[in-house]
Design a protein around this ligand. Structure first.
Ligand SMILES: [Zn+2]
Length: 92
């Protein structure tokens, strides 16, 4: 199985193993929307829970949440984008 992504969230033009053309995939905003929904519903309650129960210094929030949101959104968008592309080529 060839790699789907060349770097970061950039999809390869074609599969290195089976030469499947991946140039015409078009996910649009789909993966981003789902990642916003998933992260919004999980990170915000977590941040509120930690603030109400432990009252950490604000620097804790400023440093922690952007790191978690950035890394997990790239991870989640990759998974969802792969699923969208898989669904598109499943019946070809
Ligand atoms: Zn392939």
């Amino acid at each position: 199985m060839g790699d789907l992504y060349s770097s970061g969230l950039t999809v390869n033009n074609s599969c290195k193993e089976c030469q499947l053309d991946l140039l015409n995939h078009d996910c649009g905003d789909g993966p981003s929307v789902f990642s916003i929904l998933i992260l919004g519903f999980s990170i915000i309650p977590l941040a509120i829970f930690i603030e109400f129960n432990f009252q950490p210094p604000y620097l804790f929030h400023i440093l922690l949440w952007p790191l978690i949101i950035l890394s997990s959104s790239i991870f989640i968008i990759k998974k969802i984008k792969s699923f969208f592309i898989f669904k598109k080529y499943q019946h070809h």
